[in-house]
Design a protein around this ligand. Structure first.
Ligand code: GLU
Length: 505
């Protein structure tokens, strides 16, 4: 194992967004590429935002994608516990240490005090210019501070940000990013209930868990200035930072949000999520019929590229090719058509019997595994999702429910009825009813009777499947079998006749 240790550190405040999956993926790829360790750490110190079921959802999603942590809750590891709520007694001492050093301070402001501060100036933040007017250990006398502490009055601990100082962050994606402390507030690091905030818990754990690289979303970039200062206050070496580009809406404008799922009819979560109460259930990529490998490939390219033309990458190839250097800075547009294209490529390359297992629950029990596998083989080049196999190919699982009236009007001529009857008869008499034999019988009949293919084949196809878009006619006939094909010829031709005459009257 190399010294590379990275962590995916979600907060269980809801289902894992697809952007979170990308963060997990990049951490995973980076760790595997370097022969390092991929850690799952659950950042659940904010009890108010805790959503039951969210942690299980995160673990299930990672497992669906095969992004298995080396360490984490339920995964073992020498640096646990990996749930911050189980580490809560550990953080306060570091906050105290910063207070003792003069880099942090106690504050007793009430919510009303804070409101009043903001009322005076809507842009006001708790910082060097306002802290002098507030109730904290910098403004109260030593005796007052002591007595408040002795009386157990609940306090928060705030970072004492230096005044007007440039804090430089060396980001492996963005280069050097500088924040001036005058733009940053005195963040709370320890809350009134004794729990750390994200900022404190995050740096303490990254330090104690020996995290070498922090790879996370761009939204954490400005917090990083606070983190860098805390590392300095604690005399700890900071990890290397990489902030990933935003994922933008399909329109390319603005950040992709969970509301975009319903708006654009696209999945924005990996798996189904039921928010409970009366809210709508969200379908995930899985329920939309995506293969996990296809989503991985799609997400890998949402903010990274290998610098070559190659687009299809197995997970092993991604591990091999991945580097932080090739992560882009600008936002990555969530191109749903591209996601579907990836899925199509992966469906084509998936074994028919694997696909068969996936669609088993969508079709009746009367179909054998062999039948299902053949149906998948016939349909897989024609669908964008696994679920479409049984939907687009519904004529393989029951007589057509619809017939393409436009094509019928164009292609069907009553004068050919005797030929359709004769062809049906010829099919009924074949010794072997497979693609090869049906094909040669039909072609021979067309040739012998000097008919055109265009007058016969489309009608046979319409009678069999109702649509011109299905798979190869003869393969389809072989799969359906003689009895079913003969029924469809009879019924289908009847319906075709009706549709044609209805259109003429
Ligand atoms: N808990 C943070 C989140 O939910 C983690 C940010 C980080 O990786 O530092 O995204």
């Amino acid at each position: 194992m190399s010294d590379v240790r990275v962590r995916f550190a979600p907060s269980p405040t809801g289902p894992l967004h697809i952007g979170g999956v990308r963060t997990a993926l990049y951490n995973y790829l980076f760790a595997r590429h370097a022969g390092g360790t991929f850690i799952l750490r659950v950042e659940d110190t904010d009890q108010n935002r805790y959503v039951p079921g969210a942690e299980d959802y995160i673990v299930e999603a990672l497992s669906w994608f095969g992004l298995t942590p080396d360490e984490g809750p339920g995964f073992g590891g020498d640096y646990g516990p990996y749930r911050q709520s189980e580490r809560k007694d550990l953080y306060a001492q570091y906050a105290m240490q910063m207070v003792e050093q003069g880099n942090a301070y106690y504050a007793w402001d009430t919510p009303e005090d804070l409101d009043a501060m903001r009322k005076e100036d809507a842009n006001a933040k708790y910082d060097a210019s306002t802290r002098v007017k507030m109730t904290n250990s910098l403004t109260l006398s030593e005796d007052e501070v002591r007595s408040r502490l002795d009386n157990g009055a609940p306090f928060v601990i705030r970072l004492k940000m230096p005044e007007n100082e440039d804090v430089k962050i060396t980001d492996l994606v963005r280069g050097e990013v500088t924040f001036n402390t005058k733009d940053l507030d005195d963040k709370v690091i320890l809350k009134g209930d004794g729990m750390p905030t994200y900022h404190l818990a995050n740096i303490v754990d990254d330090h104690l868990m020996k995290i070498s690289h922090v790879i996370r979303g761009e939204e954490w970039l400005s917090s990083t200035a606070h983190h860098v200062l805390m590392y300095r206050f604690m005399s700890w070496e900071a990890p290397q930072f990489s902030h990933l580009p935003l994922i933008l809406k399909p329109t390319g404008k603005g950040k992709l949000s969970k509301r975009d799922g319903a708006k654009f009819g696209i999945p924005v979560f990996p798996l189904e999520w039921d928010p409970g109460k009366d809210e709508d259930i969200y379908s995930g990529f899985r329920e939309f019929g995506f293969l996990p490998e296809a989503v991985i490939n799609f997400l890998a390219f949402l903010g990274w590229n290998p610098g070559t033309e190659q687009e299809i990458f197995s997970i092993t190839e991604l591990i091999e090719a991945f580097s932080i250097k090739r992560i882009v800075k600008s936002g990555a547009r969530f191109d749903y058509d591209k996601a579907k294209w990836y899925n199509q490529q992966y469906i084509i390359n998936t074994d028919d019997d694997v696909l068969a297992k996936m669609i088993r629950s969508e079709v009746g029990p009367e179909y054998s595994n062999e039948y299902l596998a053949k149906a998948c083989g016939l349909m897989k080049e024609r669908v964008e999702s696994v679920g479409d196999i049984a939907k687009v190919g519904d004529f393989l699982f029951g007589s057509p429910t619809e017939y393409d009236a436009k094509m019928i009007r164009k292609k069907y001529k009553e004068e050919n009825d005797p030929h359709f009857e004769a062809l049906t008869d010829a099919l009924s008499k074949l010794d072997t009813f497979d693609a090869e034999h049906t094909q040669s019988a039909i072609k021979r009949y067309i040739g012998d009777n000097e008919l055109s293919f265009g007058a016969i084949m489309p009608v046979l196809r319409l009678a069999t499947s109702g649509t011109m878009k299905g798979p190869d006619l003869f393969e389809m006939m072989e799969l359906l079998g003689r009895d079913e094909v003969l029924i469809r010829m009879k019924d289908g031709l009847g319906k075709i006749k009706d549709i044609k005459s209805a259109s003429q009257s």
